[in-house]
Design a protein around this ligand. Structure first.
Ligand SMILES: [Mg+2]
Length: 87
């Protein structure tokens, strides 16, 4: 199943609110594992697994809210970062 089909199926099965709740939960898990990784209480594999979860949820919400809009916002923020780096 490609990602767009996965996102559509997830939205249909669990609903919009659950997608936001899941994204929050996955972000919290990434935050926790990063704190543990920094203190050598978790390995890179655990961080990678949480990055994968968050990546999927970012993809899900991006698909739900508008891929073009997110792409434009990323481009705008990249320019801002570029200008900060040039200082
Ligand atoms: Mg997770």
């Amino acid at each position: 199943m490609d990602l767009e089909h996965l996102y559509r199926a997830s939205l249909e099965k669990w609903g919009r609110e659950a997608q936001f709740d899941q994204a929050v939960e996955e972000c919290a898990e990434l935050i926790a594992v990063l704190k543990h990784y920094r203190r050598d209480k978790a390995d890179a594999t655990a961080v990678i697994a949480e990055l994968a979860d968050v990546t999927l949820m970012v993809g899900q919400l991006t698909w739900m809210l508008g891929e073009d809009e997110v792409r434009a916002a990323v481009a705008e923020k990249s320019l801002k970062l570029e200008s900060l780096l040039a200082r």
